[in-house]
Design a protein. Structure first.
Length: 644
């Protein structure tokens, strides 16, 4: 059956299945070479092409002319049905007589025995399956019982509803050895439905009227509301931001109890509402989640916290208003840099790009992190059939605003609690999208003077650095269904991870690239204002410990000299200040670039690293991060820099 619901029955005239092994499978994997052996990882089902031979027959009970005409119509119909999926770019399905199906496309056709003058041929078609697994759908139905509402609990505020319970029992069985995806359909009328399966809540903050229903597809990671008029509404933004509504069902056998909270109107209303919840009990009678009513909240409740690894990190796209549209699943590459260029690049196949999903001013982000920004530049290439979106990260957008001194003053000077200052300097420059944390950071700034006409980013970073703090940026989703997501800025103390962790190759979580540069300048001749012998000249020297002073330390072959001409420097102090900055850039340095697995460290945090090959070790702040997602694999590269 193709994606247009057009069918070909391969077990009945005029089409008959002949041969083709649709059950073979093979996993792909990645091999990594160690010192004494190789290891494999990243197992996944490989894309598969399967040749299948079918016969196209005629009706031998009718005259020859009619046989040929009917056979020709059957051949044409076969081609029309099989080619539709490739034309539409969507999968169809091959079904078995046991109820299983596999998503696939037909990408080839090779005919034989059709030139014998008879209305008959063999047709070998090529089945392409991106994920060659066989799927069987098992439906479960949960209905609230009709129970009369008596002795109802009254609520303050004169709510227009009374609450009653509707219960029935059933069971859910996942007989497979692996977790299974699901299609969850919830019919209205209901309000803010929640479904609990195996202790996990599937919640969507939405209202469904009579005749409407909601579908959660865990495989496609979509949440769609179907209105009674047939209109499809993307409800991805209404899903719970705390618990994933796409978590597959785990393997096992469960007794389930359906508890429907029936809201019967006490005033004239058009609808009654039936939110549905499940209470899961395993076959030993152990309750995995407690269904809570107002009278049951007490000390016996247990909070279960599941520790999650950093990876995989999943990007989400929202429109310019902040309404979430879906996960980024079809990107060829996402390259996001923080600390230097502060921008990102999103590469998509032109076939995967849609204007509804990716457009000007839309937001790309990973919730609860700094990784994100705005889609601001679009490039297309017909030769590579790609669409590329480029934009500033949230940190990069801060570099697009300037801190100007107040009228009549040379500099902006501030004092007080750090978050309060951030809020004052930030103001409403980004509308409601950027906000400062309202919490007391515990970090006090004492009479800090911003550089004249510095960027908002540079100003805030330098101010916080002077107090041993860093700028934390986080995209917060807000409330499901509402448009209240914000990029929150806050001041937090710098974390010295070197006191707790030192990364090296030995732990298997890090890859180093080091640059021990010893061709640097150690004697800088600074030439200021003036002409010839009247010109101001200052000599600066690098010392043994890496500091800069007035006494020469390196001589002979080790001495490396350079001239720094700064004719606009009007006094010796200014010449010294800028000369030290210039010599710091030119002197010897040790640079270490590290790629860490399952670790996420903020810009400004201090990391200790050791390269076993060279013996080089560093304890330096993180000055750059590159988050790169390619082919479903995510890495974070850190840049640390120190001076010798």
């Amino acid at each position: 059956m193709n994606n247009r619901n057009e069918r070909i029955d391969l077990s009945d005239y005029p089409y008959m299945f002949q041969s083709g092994d649709l059950l073979n499978w093979k996993d792909s994997y990645t091999t990594r070479s160690l010192a004494k052996r190789d290891i494999t990882s990243d197992y996944k089902l490989a894309v598969k092409e399967i040749p299948v031979q079918i016969a196209v027959l005629c009706d031998f009970s009718i005259p020859m002319a009619d046989r040929k005409e009917g056979w020709k119509e059957a051949v044409d119909h076969l081609a029309d049905v099989l080619q539709a999926d490739v034309i539409d770019g969507k999968d169809g399905r091959i079904y078995t007589d046991t109820g299983y199906y596999m998503n696939c496309k037909i990408i080839g056709s090779e005919k034989s025995n059709w030139k014998m003058g008879l209305p008959f041929m063999f047709n070998t078609i090529t089945v392409l399956a991106d994920r060659p697994v066989w799927i069987r759908e098992v439906p479960y139905y949960f209905k609230s019982a009709e129970i009369t509402s008596t002795n109802n609990k009254r609520y303050p505020g004169q709510h227009a509803y009374r609450y009653a319970n509707g219960l029935n029992n059933t069971s859910i069985t996942n007989e497979h050895y692996a977790e299974c995806n699901f299609l969850l359909r919830i019919y209205g009328p209901c309000l803010k439905p929640s479904v609990y399966i195996g202790g996990h809540e599937y919640h969507v903050d939405i209202t469904l009227e009579d005749g409407e229903y909601l579908e959660i597809d865990s495989a496609e990671e979509t949440v769609i509301k179907y209105m009674s008029s047939g209109i499809r509404v993307n409800a991805f933004h209404n899903r719970s931001f705390q618990n994933s509504v796409f978590l597959p069902n785990q393997t096992g056998y469960y007794w389930t109890k359906v508890k429907a909270l029936k809201r019967s109107p006490t005033t004239a209303e058009k609808y009654s509402y039936y939110p549905v919840m499940l209470r899961i009990t395993d076959d030993a009678g152990n309750v995995t989640i407690k269904t809570v009513s107002d009278t049951e909240i007490g000390e016996d409740l247990i909070l279960i916290v599941r520790e999650e690894q950093l990876f995989p990190l999943v990007y989400t796209v929202a429109n310019d208003l902040g309404e979430e549209l879906g996960y980024v699943k079809d990107a060829d590459l996402i390259d996001l840099e923080i600390g230097e260029t502060n921008d990102f690049e999103l590469d998509l196949s032109a076939d995967a790009w849609t204007e509804e999903m990716y457009n000007w001013g839309y937001r790309l982000f990973i919730p609860g992190t700094e990784y994100g920004g705005l889609l601001e530049q679009r490039k297309t290439s017909t030769s590579s059939n790609t669409v590329t979106w480029i934009g500033h990260t949230w940190r990069g957008l801060l570099s697009q605003k300037i801190i100007q001194p107040p009228t009549g003053q040379s500099h902006l000077t501030v004092s007080g609690e750090a978050n309060n200052i951030i809020g004052q300097v930030l103001g409403d420059r980004f509308g409601p999208l950027f906000v400062a944390s309202a919490e007391d950071s515990g970090i006090e700034i004492s009479t800090y003077q911003f550089d004249r006409y510095c960027t908002l980013l540079d100003g805030l970073e330098k101010m916080l650095s002077s107090a041993g703090a860093k700028l934390k940026i986080s995209y917060e989703q807000g409330t499901p269904g509402n448009l209240d997501a914000v990029v929150r800025l806050s001041a937090v103390p710098v974390v010295d991870w070197s006191e707790q962790l030192e990364y090296s190759q030995d732990g298997g979580k890090i890859k180093f690239a080091t640059d021990d540069y010893r061709r640097g300048i150690n004697h800088l001749i600074c030439a200021g204002s003036g002409e010839e012998e009247e010109r101001t000249v200052l000599h600066l020297y690098v010392q043994e410990d890496g500091s800069i002073g007035d006494e020469q330390y390196y001589f002979g072959l080790e001495e490396r000299e350079a001239l720094y001409s700064y004719t606009s420097a009007q006094d010796i102090d200014k010449l010294r200040e800028d000369g030290i900055k210039r010599l710091t850039e030119l002197m010897n340095y040790t640079e270490m670039t590290a790629t860490l697995d399952d670790v996420d460290v903020d810009i400004g945090d201090i990391v200790g690293g050791r390269d076993r090959i060279t013996g080089m070790s560093l304890r330096q702040p993180v000055i750059g991060k590159v988050l790169r997602t390619k082919d479903g694999e995510t890495t974070i590269e850190y840049k640390l820099k120190g001076e010798d």
